[in-house]
Design a protein around this ligand. Structure first.
Ligand code: C2E
Ligand code: MG
Ligand code: MG
Ligand code: MG
Length: 292
C-alpha cells in the first residue's frame, strides 16, 4: 500500500502496526466526513509565555475532534491512522487553514503573536506543501514569519533528502521552524545542524523529571545553552508547577508553556487572554507608567 500524498517517495503503509483494523478504517471514513462537514475538528489553543515578563511569545494550535458518537477525541486517538492514510494532505491543509484564520483575527485585533502548528513528519514528504502553505498565508493575509511549524524528527534516513528540500523551501518563504519534543528523538542534534531552525521545544518528560533527575536537568540546561549559542528561542513544554517554573528560570530558560500558565482553550477565548497578557506584560515592563 502506498499513500497517495507525496508521490512515490512515501514509505509503505505498515500493515502490521496499523492492521486493517475495522475500527481504524471506520475512523478514517468518519474523518473524511468530518473534514467535509467542517464542524467537528476544532483547534485548542495554548499560549506560551515569556518567563520574565509574562507576555505571550506564541500560541500553539492543538487539534481536537468532537466526534458525533465517540465524544471528544485527542490527537493520540486519531493522528497515527491519519498519518498512514491518503487523507493526511487534506487533514494538514485543514489544520493550517483553521490556524491561519485564527491568527488573521488576532492581527485584525492588533495582537502580534505567532501561531504554531504541528506537522506530521510524513506531511513533509509532499513537495507541494510549501506552495500550499504559501497559498494559505496569502489567502489569510498572514505574514510567513507569523507561522511556526513544529516538527518532530521521526523520519527514516531514506526520506531525509525530500524532507530537507521541503523544509528549505519553507524557510526560504520566511516560515519559522521549531523542533518539537527536543531531546527525545534519536537525532535531535543532527536535525539542528542539518536544518536551520528558529526554536527548540524542551520535551515535557524532561521538565517533569528535572527536580529528581540530574540527567533530565542536564538535558534541559544543555538544550537552553545550545539554543542560546545558536541564537534560537527555547520553550519548555508541559510546565505544571511553580517549582518547575522556578527551576527553568534558574537554568536560563526564557519561555514556557503548560497547565501552570494556561490549558489549551477554545478559539473564542484566546483573543481576550492574549489581550490581557499583553496589557499586563506592558505594565510589568513599565511599572510606573501613569496610563498603565
Ligand atoms: P505536542 O506538540 O508536544 O503538544 C503538547 C501536548 O502536551 C498537547 O497534547 C498539550 O495539550 C499537552 N500539554 C500542554 N501543557 C501541558 C501540561 O502542563 N501538562 C500535560 N500533561 N500536558 C500538557 P495534545 O493536544 O494531546 O497533543 C499531543 C500531540 O499530538 C502533540 O504533541 C502533537 O505532536 C500532536 N498534535 C496535536 N495537534 C496536532 C495537529 O494538528 N497535527 C498533527 N500532525 N499533530 C498534532
Ligand atoms: Mg507541538
Ligand atoms: Mg512537544
Ligand atoms: Mg510532546
Amino acid at each position: 500500500y502506498q499513500a497517495k500524498e507525496g508521490g512515490g517517495s512515501v514509505a509503505a503503509y505498515d500493515s502490521t502496526r496499523d492492521a486493517a483494523s475495522t475500527d481504524q478504517l471506520a475512523l478514517l471514513a468518519e474523518l473524511r466526513e468530518a473534514l467535509q462537514a467542517d464542524d467537528q475538528l476544532v483547534l485548542a489553543l495554548q499560549p506560551a509565555v515569556d518567563l520574565a515578563t509574562g507576555a505571550p511569545t506564541g500560541v500553539e494550535a492543538l487539534i481536537r475532534w468532537q466526534h458525533p458518537r465517540r465524544g471528544w477525541l485527542g490527537p493520540s486517538d486519531f493522528i497515527r491512522p491519519v498519518e498512514n492514510s491518503e487523507q493526511l494532505g487534506t487533514f494538514t491543509r485543514y489544520v493550517l487553514d483553521k490556524a491561519l484564520s485564527v491568527a488573521a483575527g488576532w492581527a485584525r485585533d492588533g495582537l502580534d503573536v505567532p501561531i504554531s502548528v504541528n506537522l506530521s513528519a510524513r506531511s513533509l514528504l509532499d513537495p507541494r506543501l510549501p506552495a500550499e502553505i504559501a497559498d494559505a498565508l496569502r489567502r489569510h493575509q498572514v505574514p510567513p514569519h507569523k507561522l511556526v511549524l513544529e516538527i518532530t524528527e521521526t523520519v527514516v534516513m531514506s526520506e531525509l533528502e525530500v524532507i530537507d528540500e521541503v523544509l528549505a523551501n519553507l524557510r526560504r518563504m520566511g516560515v519559522q521552524l521549531a523542533v518539537d519534543d527536543f531531546g527525545t528523538g534519536f537525532s535531535s542534534l543532527a536535525f539542528v545542524t542539518r536544518i536551520a531552525v528558529d526554536e527548540l521545544k524542551v520535551d515535557r518528560s524532561f521538565v517533569i523529571r528535572m527536580a529528581d533527575s540530574p540527567e533530565a536537568a542536564a538535558i534541559v540546561r544543555a538544550t537552553v545553552g545550545l539554543a542560546h549559542e545558536l541564537g534560537l528561542r527555547v520553550v519548555a513544554e508541559g510546565v505544571e508547577t511553580a517549582e518547575q517554573r522556578a527551576a527553568l528560570v534558574a537554568l536560563g530558560c526564557t519561555a514556557a508553556q503548560g497547565y501552570h500558565f494556561f490549558k489549551p482553550m477554545p478559539a473564542d477565548k484566546i483573543g481576550a487572554v492574549l489581550g490581557s497578557l499583553r496589557d499586563s506584560a506592558e505594565s510589568n515592563v513599565f511599572p510606573l507608567r501613569a496610563d498603565g
